[in-house]
Design a protein. Structure first.
Length: 299
């Protein structure tokens, strides 16, 4: 099975490379800009036509949540129009498409974990652009799987865990929001889940297609809870670790609003594909372990 992954430099694409095994019958091709640039119309179509994959995993996205408030046109060009083009081009060559989406399609006002049937109500440009991308993908390619995830971290690229570890080298105290709750997710675990899904398509080509799924770390915590756990893990490795103090969202204003609760219910994915995400503590500890081994600025 030939899988094309967009956003080659991102956390998910690099995690897919890390986790994919040729013995599973997978040929993984990660494509980056300028060969495939979702902000440039026709770029995705040309790349997909040239490669003619069996599956496209669209891991490329505009993810600067605050900056999106000032660049809505670019955010929608990449996350909505670009996603739609990827899906349409995949359909034209007979490929299924996996569209990676976000917990930010919800407004966070519900006290329960969000399942796939929950009403969407994004609070900012980023969430609205990703939700628009979901709509475009559904319209363009019936052989789709939309997979929403949340709070992604990994040894690769830029993410909360790496930012926190870097900050601890120069600061004794870190103030972190404690009234936003979610499901921290390892990009490596996310890659494992997506690979499990597409490998099943080798035997059952239409299994689970045409649906939306949630795939995030098991359990929940606040940003403060995650930060405190990361600092504890850093101390185990004799890495710099700061004191973490809890603050409220009102004490840390941002350009874009964030959902107070974006915990995702992943039961549907587990039922359909037989894959359960690990507990977030285990996966966050693994990220710190790997960064401690390799040097947390090296990946």
């Amino acid at each position: 099975m030939k899988i094309l992954v967009t956003g080659a430099e991102g956390q998910l694409a690099r995690s897919l490379v890390d986790r994919a095994a040729p013995s599973d019958g997978i040929e993984l091709l990660c494509v980056a800009r300028p060969q495939l640039d979702l902000s440039v119309r026709g770029s995705a179509t040309a790349a997909i036509n040239a490669i003619r994959p069996d599956v496209v995993i669209n891991a490329a996205a505009y993810t600067a949540v605050d900056k999106a408030e000032d660049e809505p046109d670019l955010a929608f060009a990449i996350n909505a129009e670009g996603a739609g083009e990827v899906a349409a081009a995949a359909s034209a060559v007979g490929a299924a498409v996996v569209q990676v989406s976000t917990d930010y399609v919800f407004d966070g006002r519900d006290n329960r974990a969000y399942n796939e049937a929950a009403a969407t109500a994004p609070m900012g440009v980023y969430g609205r652009s990703k939700l628009a991308g979901e709509v475009r993908v559904r319209e363009a390619n019936p052989r789709h799987a939309i997979v929403r995830t949340a709070w992604v971290h990994s040894p690769f690229g830029s993410n909360f865990v790496k930012t926190l570890m870097s900050a601890a080298r120069t600061r004794d105290v870190l103030n972190v929001v404690d009234d936003q709750v979610g499901s921290p997710t390892s990009a490596l675990d996310l890659a494992d889940g997506l690979l499990r899904m597409v490998i099943q398509w080798m035997d059952e080509a239409e299994h689970g297609l045409g649906e939306t799924y949630h795939l995030a770390g098991s359990g929940q915590t606040s940003w403060f809870g995650l930060a405190r756990f990361i600092m504890t893990e850093c101390r185990k490795h004799s890495l710099p670790a700061a004191e973490v103090r809890a603050i409220m969202t009102v004490d840390w204003p941002t350009r874009a609003p964030r959902p107070a609760n974006s915990v995702l219910d992943c039961a549907r994915f587990a039922k359909v594909f037989g894959f359960q995400m690990p507990d977030w503590h285990v996966s966050a500890a693994f990220t710190v372990d790997r960064l401690a081994l390799c040097g947390h600025d090296s990946q």
